[in-house]
Design a protein around this ligand. Structure first.
Ligand code: NAP
Length: 365
């Protein structure tokens, strides 16, 4: 028996990726879909007609589902009570306050929310999980439930898609005892990161847009929460690394690339040590053999001109981070290029891995 799940924002870029990735998932199956009032009442296939983004067609079982209005929590609750929606993945894109309130309403109604949206990322008792980095942050969930009067529901989120390409490499080094004091990160982010229809094609073809609203702030602050400690039922952000981010939208379909320079504390690893640490890095998802866990969370590409989005974004189910060009930095200590698939590792795949982790920890029973 698979666990029936729902998707809020099922018709969007990330929602469609959830549907594609959950097709034949060994634990979860999509039984409930919801989106804006514009799509509500239509069959799913009809609601995404003309804007389906995946190469493979939508599974028949999902095509025929009726899309509900995501603002109507009672529809999900009724599906929950019928045993058709144990929890929801949230891939909503609308006002931040509206998403914050909606996700809380689902949790309050007893339907856990595993979210991709940014609305609750800075809420201190909401874990912001990268399954390989901070799975222990899920420990705040019982405190969150008590603080908000949630009985069975809760909210867990994943971070911004652009930080995936360097957070796991950072953590692998920090976890081995190398403090990272400061970092400068310049990202080249794919068009799909802006959702559908996203940036107008005439603004992006033959062009780079050196501004993504709110992205640099997220890139500088979210890593501190992810590396923070759980204290008295909330997550206390770390003090370091201090990050300066430059985020750019580029004419790539999928795959966010980051050029990164890092400054270590007093103890500095050699390039050979860094490569050894990254090549051998594994964590709890690999230990638990979770279905969406990449076998190797960090893959090193030694060729001079890698990683590249087209060649490397799909590595290990599109769930691995590929790094390359690891070399000394004349300003800080070391520089490298990191790449991860934004709609898979950075969105739906990361959300599914978080749900697998939460299930393995007993939060979704
Ligand atoms: P998107 O393509 O614009 O899809 C937005 C979804 O939200 C659609 O299903 C849409 O339904 C629904 N929606 C819009 N307005 C709504 C309303 N008023 N009430 C209820 N539902 C509404 O966006 P996306 O790229 O999939 O992003 C979804 C979320 O994931 C966002 O929070 C985004 O920040 C986050 N995220 C995206 C990426 C990425 O790479 N794209 C990566 C990480 C995180 P209709 O189709 O009916 O309009």
């Amino acid at each position: 028996m698979k666990i029936p799940v729902g998707i809020l924002g099922a018709t969007g870029m990330v929602g469609q990726n959830y549907i594609g990735l959950l097709n034949e998932h060994p634990w979860f199956e999509v039984r409930f879909v919801a989106a804006s009032p514009r799509s509500a009442g239509k069959k799913y296939k009809e609601a995404v007609a003309g804007r389906w983004q995946l190469a493979e067609s939508c599974a028949d079982a999902v095509s025929g589902l009726t899309v509900h209005d995501a603002n109507d929590v009672s529809a999900a609750l009724a599906a929950h009570d019928r045993g058709q929606c144990a929890f929801v993945f949230s891939a909503l894109e609308t006002g931040k306050d509206q998403i914050r309130a909606l996700e809380e309403s689902y949790a309050k109604a007893g339907v856990p929310v595993v979210s991709n949206a940014s609305a609750h990322r800075s809420t201190p008792d909401v874990p912001m999980l990268i399954a390989e980095v901070n799975p222990h942050h899920a420990d705040v969930i019982p405190f969150q439930q008590r603080n908000h009067g949630f009985k069975k529901g809760f909210i867990a989120v994943k971070p911004n898609c652009s930080i995936q390409s360097y957070m796991t490499p950072f953590y692998a080094l920090i976890n081995t005892g190398f403090e990272i004091r400061r970092a400068i990160v310049s990202t080249m982010q794919a068009a799909s990161g802006a959702g559908y229809p996203g940036v107008a094609s005439l603004d992006l073809i033959d062009n780079i847009v050196p501004f993504i609203n709110g992205e640099e702030e997220k890139s500088e602050l979210e890593p501190l929460k992810i590396l923070g400690t759980v204290e008295n039922g909330v997550i206390k952000p770390a003090d370091a690394p201090i990050i300066a981010a430059h985020c750019n939208r580029v004419s790539v379909s999928d795959g966010h690339t980051a050029c990164v320079s890092i400054e270590f504390g007093a103890k500095k690893p050699s390039i050979a040590e860094i490569k050894h640490i990254w090549t051998n890095f594994t964590a709890l998802p690999q230990e638990l053999n979770l279905p969406f866990a990449p076998m190797h969370p960090i893959i090193i590409q030694e060729e001079d001109d890698r990683p590249q989005p087209r060649k490397d974004r799909d590595a290990d189910k599109a769930m691995a981070v590929t790094v390359g060009r690891i070399r000394p930095c004349p300003v800080f200590d070391v520089r490298f290029v990191g790449l991860s698939h934004n709609t898979v590792r950075g969105a739906a795949g990361g959300g599914i891995l978080n749900a697998e982790l939460l299930k393995a920890k007993g939060f979704l029973d």
